[in-house]
Design a protein around this ligand. Structure first.
Ligand code: UN1
Length: 494
């Protein structure tokens, strides 16, 4: 019998009120890993209630004390890193080294956000009046709704929860149904670290049964979402109509530009890592290569050889380089896009089929796929596939590469391989994405720099970095007049 897991509401581990559950399974082999609460609006109501009740005391808990709990959570994560990584590989599929990287991002974020407990800096500034003090301070907002995806089941929740909590908010957390176990571990770690009851509440279940009521609840003024563009825009529309603050991180169609003076061996290695790491299921994954015509053919050859050489398998096997996709639906989605690529006349040079030999047949494996001769406006070159499919587009010069990069509806990350320092600086200036890399692939953002994208990737917010508190705090400007008389701003200046 698989283990049964519970929601975490008001400091207690409880089943869904209905008693219903859903199964969590391993995408590498279909094994059922556990049963999780299939929660409903009534459970969300309980969680929001608990978060709202916990808010007044948490808001007034000194920030350095709040931060100590984050620090302890980070220490627990560090001590349990290998165990958490293994659990992640089992439920999400990414290979163990990458799962360890995901946990490490969570640890780094815990420590980074904990530092804010002793900063949470405000701003003081002179008043225009004598004997008057002026300052602005950050204040928490209330109950934060956090809705997270399955591709970074540990790191992304920490990017949202750590800053929200250190700033003095309380939270209701709805993780993706494909990766509930890591969310369960995270809530348990906060509990063990001493987080007061109700400050963090975890509710498992579907978007329609848990996500929608959370978005609609008037007691939840802030929502932070990472996931698909379609779901994100739906949340934004509904929450916007209610006047809520919404921070969105959605799709990407990230390009690597390879110029004619690039180190091709390095570029190949970096592209393969960015395109097929996490089986292409990162918002930051490279899914387009814009190759200068003078190096195009050689680069395509190198990429095809490299993609064919990658070893697929269960991520727990140290020999595996590419794990499974998250579920059968993703396999079908990737297969549909490969068919679209064929129909659009692109030339398949590697992959293009599910991998089904031997033990792979039991899992959601797909061969790393490379298309060459892709038109810049082809669907496979503009739509987010979220799988191991790379499109190579031929370009004649730098200006054309920048133009194609910037024409995307998304703007998360981009990269250029060149040895020309002038060109590198022009790229840093001209590539319109929230993250730009020089001589590095499109993945691997570090948590102490702002993370997020332009255009359709988001709605102007940045997570992590020095911007980590922005989505979760309001600015309050405070004036203290110690003159002992009425001073009228803008009037008493004569
Ligand atoms: C994501 O795919 O949503 O930069 C996050 C990276 C990782 C985070 C990706 N640090 O690739």
């Amino acid at each position: 019998m698989a283990q049964t897991f519970h929601n975490f509401i008001g400091g207690r581990w409880v089943p869904a009120r209905s008693g219903r559950t859903f199964a969590n399974s391993n995408p590498a082999n279909g094994e059922v890993l556990g049963e999780f609460p299939a929660s409903a609006p009534e459970d969300v109501n309980d969680a929001v209630e608990a978060a709202a009740r916990a808010y007044p005391a948490w808001r007034l808990t000194p920030a350095p004390r709040r931060a100590e709990i984050l620090l302890r959570a980070g220490e627990i994560m560090r001590a349990r890193k290998q165990e958490l990584a293994r659990a992640m590989t089992r439920e999400m599929g990414k290979v163990l080294a990458e799962a360890g990287g995901d946990v490490q991002e969570g640890i780094d974020m815990a420590f980074h956000a904990a530092g804010e407990g002793r900063r949470l800096h405000g701003v003081t500034t002179p008043s225009e009046m004598p004997d008057k003090w002026a300052m602005s301070v950050r204040v928490p907002i209330g109950v934060v709704g956090v809705i997270t995806p399955w591709n970074f089941p540990f790191a992304i929740p920490t990017w949202k929860l750590m800053p929200a909590l250190v700033a003095g908010n309380t939270a209701v957390f709805k993780p993706a149904t494909d990766t509930p176990e890591l969310a369960w571990h995270l809530a348990g770690i906060f509990e063990q670290a001493g987080l007061p009851a109700g400050v963090l509440n975890l509710v498992f279940g579907s978007g329609s049964q848990v996500g929608d009521p959370l978005v609609a609840d008037p007691r939840v003024p802030v929502l932070s979402f990472t996931g698909s563009t379609e779901v994100g825009l739906g949340i934004s529309t509904r929450a916007g109509a209610l006047g809520k603050r919404v921070a969105l991180e959605m799709g990407g169609k990230n390009a690597v530009i390879v110029m004619d003076d690039a180190d091709l061996a390095l570029a190949t290695e970096a592209i393969l890592w960015s395109a097929f790491g996490t089986t292409g299921q990162r918002c930051t994954a490279c899914s387009r290569v814009l190759a200068h015509e003078r190096v195009h053919d050689e680069l395509v050859q190198r990429l095809a050889d490299g993609a064919r050489g990658l070893k697929l398998g269960d991520g727990l096997d140290p020999a595996s380089q590419v794990g499974p996709l998250i579920n059968r639906g993703q396999v079908e989605r990737v297969q549909d896009y490969v068919k679209i690529g064929f129909d659009e006349g692109a030339k398949l040079v590697a992959g293009g089929v599910p991998a089904t030999e031997g033990a792979l047949a039991k899992g959601c494996f797909y061969r790393p796929t490379v298309f060459a001769g892709v038109r810049p406006d082809a669907r496979i070159a503009v739509e987010e596939i979220f799988g191991p499919v790379l499109s190579v587009v031929r370009v004649t010069d730098f200006a054309e590469a920048v133009r194609i990069n910037n024409a995307s509806r998304f703007g998360l990350s981009s990269s250029i391989f060149t040895r020309d320092v002038n060109r590198a600086f022009a790229a840093m200036r001209d590539l319109d994405t929230g993250i730009v890399y020089v001589n590095h692939g499109t993945t691997g953002a570090e948590i102490h720099l702002p993370f997020g994208g332009m255009r359709g990737t988001g709605n102007g917010h940045r997570e992590a970095g020095h911007t980590l508190l922005d989505p979760f705090t309001e600015w309050k400007s405070v004036y203290v007049d110690f003159s002992g008389r009425l001073q009228r701003a803008q009037i008493d200046r004569g």
